[in-house]
Design a protein. Structure first.
Length: 452
């Protein structure tokens, strides 16, 4: 069996590695692209993803459109339908299948319009028609409202109902125009130009109801975009439904998702305005009352100041001040005279006290008081000493042997020696016994010692 010669520099791919590298090569080389073809073999499993083939007369390619992308479509694809898709080139690694991952899908009839829309959008964006610096501010309280739309469509009825409910104070002028068909774009341009020439309104709504891309196509014309761009009146666009977007929406000063929303966005709520006016009225009344009160207070202060600075007032004050000075002077003189009289009385009293007889009387009185204090002190001292002696006598009496004898005890002596123990005597001794009221001479017959 012949062997294959593989050099060291050659890499051996696994199938998975090969498919992965090919996928990365395809996805890195191709950006998003548009492809047109016929749909076949459409499958929609429970996952919500779509799988099918896109073919033409010579070839076919597998396609996948995942759930987040296909949920944005407003139609369900079916076999045999001619489509234009925007997709990314990729490879399904598990099976090695070349495939397209679809991002957008349109029926072939709308595809050309979509391409024209994208081309015009890119050209106008490059010309600066979409720049925010060119957007005009909307009036806060419009004095007059203009509407460019069909006078018989549902859009004008919705707009008028909203304006009547929210902001009935502003008149509404309708500039009629076609909103569908080949002749619609020139009439829209003419209506916008007419509104600017007449200059009757200070805000303009360009609106129509929903429809397909082809129905809304008059609002994707270049001349309509430039008419909106050159308008001196601020323009609010309310074209189609919320998902619909036109070139007019990008150029307008404000884009609303629907005609009704356009009427809502460019007008204030009358009820909110009335509430705001009521609040401002209350604030104004309160401010006026506060201003009047402040002016009245200032006027009162000015009148008081004028009264205080009036010559008659000044003269009355000075007269009153003179009266006070006179009263104060009289009081001061009376006080001075009283002080002098008091000082004279005190001097007389001191003179009387300085006479010898008064000094002798004071000394005698002082001597009597000293004698009384001495007698009192000696009496207290003697009483204290006597009480102390009585306490000592009581203590001495309590310690005296005589007191013991009074309680029935006796004192035995032998040869004038007090006996304390039985061992000090013996039988035949003659002892003396001292009682309370006398003495005894006793002969000892026997001596017994106490037990224990």
């Amino acid at each position: 069996m012949p062997t294959i010669d593989i050099t060291d520099s050659q890499e051996i791919y696994s199938v998975g590695q090969l498919n992965r590298d090919v996928r990365l090569l395809l996805e890195g080389h191709f950006s998003s692209l548009w492809v047109q073809g016929e749909l076949s073999n459409f499958v929609a499993p429970q996952s919500g993803h779509w799988y099918f083939s896109l073919k033409d007369a010579t070839a076919q390619v597998r396609c996948a459109m995942f759930r987040p992308q296909n949920r944005r479509l407003d139609f369900l694809p079916r076999d045999g339908m001619h489509l234009i898709i925007k997709a990314r080139v990729s490879l399904y690694e598990g099976r090695g299948d070349f495939q397209l991952l679809i991002e957008q899908m349109e029926e072939a009839g709308e595809g050309k319009l979509r391409q024209a829309f994208e081309a015009l959008k890119k050209r106008l964006a490059g010309a600066g028609l979409f720049d925010a610096s060119h957007k005009k501010p909307l009036p806060h309280l419009p004095r007059c409202i203009g509407v460019v739309t069909s006078p018989t469509g549902a859009a004008i009825r919705d707009i008028l109902n909203i304006l009547k409910r929210r902001y009935p104070v502003a008149p509404v002028i309708i500039y009629p125009s076609l909103v569908q068909g080949d002749l619609a774009a020139p009439t829209i341009v003419k209506a916008i130009q007419l509104a600017n020439q007449r200059n009757e309104c200070d805000i303009l709504i360009v609106a129509r109801g929903g429809g397909s891309l082809e129905d809304l196509w008059p609002f994707n014309h270049e001349e309509v975009a430039y008419a909106i761009y050159h308008s001196n009146i601020p323009i609010v666009s309310g074209i189609g439904h919320e998902i619909d977007t036109t070139i007019a929406d990008f150029v307008a000063d404000l884009r609303a998702p629907t005609p009704s929303a356009a009427a809502e966005l460019m007008t204030p709520d009358s009820q909110a305005l009335l509430a705001l006016l009521d609040t401002h009225e209350k604030q104004l009344v309160r401010h006026i009352k506060q201003t009047i009160a402040a002016q009245q207070q200032w006027l009162s202060g000015s009148q008081k100041q004028l009264y205080q600075q009036h010559p008659k007032r000044r003269l009355a004050e000075q007269t009153q001040q003179l009266d006070f000075c006179e009263i104060s002077l009289v009081r001061l003189m009376q006080k001075k005279l009283t002080d002098l009289k008091t000082r004279l009385h005190h001097a007389n009293m001191e003179l009387c006290h300085l006479q010898p007889i008064h000094r002798i009387r004071e000394w005698q009185h002082s001597l009597r008081l000293s004698d009384q204090r001495l007698q009192h002190h000696m009496g207290q001292s003697i009483h204290t000493k006597q009480q102390f002696i009585r306490q000592l006598a009581a203590q001495l009496d309590a310690l005296s042997p005589l007191a013991t004898l009074k309680r029935g005890f006796a004192i035995a002596t032998l040869d004038n020696t007090v006996l304390f123990r039985s061992s000090q005597i013996k039988a035949g001794d003659c002892i003396g016994v001292r009682l309370q009221d006398g003495r005894l001479q006793c002969l000892v017959n026997a001596v017994e010692e106490a037990n224990g």
